[in-house]
Design a protein around this ligand. Structure first.
Ligand SMILES: Cc1ncc(COP(=O)(O)O)c(C=O)c1O
Length: 394
């Protein structure tokens, strides 16, 4: 017996649920890629992406996933042998650093761990010791999708400035753009990148990069540049070059619609929606944790992301919870990855999410815990309901 039917619900941290309007926006013929409509579409998207990153700098759209956008950031500003400092807070900054190492950079990891966010004071201390300024770039993620850590990019930017260090500050916003505040220029970020498939509610396949003036200065000297990723190649007047070839027309239709939806909601309202729903999830997890099996991966409450919650499972099999949720109830939870493989599951609350989606997901986790006889504090979903009832004003 199951209680699943109809649409399966994706509660994984990307690709996320796409709004029907976004899906429908792609259901049309391609455009003539030399038409003025195409040029206007590109211009509007590049402008809106810079606004989303909150920068006066230029943005670039790549036909790529996040890994591609990582390569775009690195190849445009670095030269072979440049030293790069990676700020660890889970899996993804490490992955970005591995790409840098494979491309010829000299990579150092500032050790963190999977249970906490980056400590700005540790960044400042490391940079103060680099008296010769050998470090050319610093890589950090705003949200680590594996650990569920939220990094205070503003405080890290201030720490870099306080150390008086000239390294470029490069930030991955793949799991946060459009969901949580990000202020590239105000927070001293030189290069920011993101992808289409999480908060931006668009199919996977587009990578975004924004570059400050300081990043452009580095770009002029960088020797890792290659034609596809190169910003200069994309700066010419010919529209075809903006994508180093044929534009990903349908993905751009989808992105246009998704950003229109964000504008209609209001970006601040979208951030607040994520905060409310993220906290609803955390209220439920806190109650479940009373059973001593489930818990938060991120120890410090202020360091938990509003876009994804990584739930550790001790003494039970997280895969059994995921299997039950999917096969019996039609909800797909995220898998624990990296160091947390086999020890956690993840609940995504990013992008096109609302109260019924989140409360339904929490309810299904609780059904699974009950059916599988996994000890847990009762009425976690009730705690989420209580939180929303008290904080979403009538
Ligand atoms: C924070 C973060 N950065 C980068 C990536 C890599 O993106 P992609 O899988 O699109 O290559 C991911 C993927 O989940 C991510 O969560």
């Amino acid at each position: 017996m199951t209680v699943r039917a109809g649409r399966e619900f994706l509660a994984i941290p990307g690709p996320t649920t796409m709004p029907d309007q976004v899906l429908q926006a792609m259901h049309r013929p391609a455009l003539d890629i030399y038409s003025s409509e195409m040029v206007e579409l590109t211009e509007s998207l590049l402008r809106d992406l810079s606004n989303l990153f909150a920068t006066k700098g230029k943005s670039y759209i790549y036909i790529s996933n996040g890994h591609g956008a990582w390569e775009a950031t690195l190849s445009n500003v670095l030269s072979r042998g440049d030293k790069v400092l990676v700020l660890e807070s889970g899996r993804f900054a490490i992955g970005w650093g591995q790409a840098a190492a494979a491309m010829g950079a000299d990579v150092e990891v500032l050790k963190g761990d999977w249970r906490r966010a980056i400590r700005p004071a540790e960044v400042e201390e490391r940079l103060r010791r680099d008296k010769e300024h050998t470090i050319k770039a610093i890589l950090a993620v705003q949200v680590d999708t594996a650990s569920g850590a939220y990094n205070d990019i503003e405080a890290i930017g201030r720490a870099i400035k306080a150390a008086g260090h000239p390294a470029l500050f490069m930030v991955d916003t793949v799991a946060s753009l459009g969901c949580m505040p990000f202020e590239m220029d105000k927070w001293y970020v030189d290069v920011a990148m993101s992808g289409s498939q999480k908060g931006l509610m668009t199919p996977p396949g587009l990578g975004f990069v924004a570059a400050s003036d300081r990043a452009w200065d580095a770009h002029k000297k960088a020797d890792l540049r290659t034609p596809y990723w190169d910003w200069t190649e994309r700066e010419g007047s010919e529209h075809y070059r903006k994508y180093a070839g044929t534009a990903p027309v349908h993905l751009l239709f989808a992105l246009r619609e998704a950003i229109n939806m964000l504008h209609a909601e209001g970006l601040e309202n979208a951030f607040e929606r994520h905060r409310l729903l993220g906290e609803a999830v955390r209220r439920a997890v806190a109650v479940w944790g009373e059973g001593q099996v489930l818990g938060f991966n991120i120890a410090e409450p202020a360091e938990r992301s509003n876009t994804v919650t990584t739930v550790t499972v001790k003494g039970a099999d997280p895969a059994a919870i995921q299997r039950y949720a999917k096969e019996k109830c039609g909800v797909v939870l995220g898998t624990g990855i990296g160091d947390l493989q086999g020890q956690a599951f993840r609940i995504a609350h990013m992008g096109h999410v609302n109260a019924p989606m989140i409360l339904g997901t929490l309810g299904v986790v609780e059904v699974a815990l009950t059916a599988l006889n996994i000890p847990h504090g009762k009425a976690g979903a009730d705690a989420a309901i209580q939180w929303l009832g008290e904080n979403v004003k009538a």
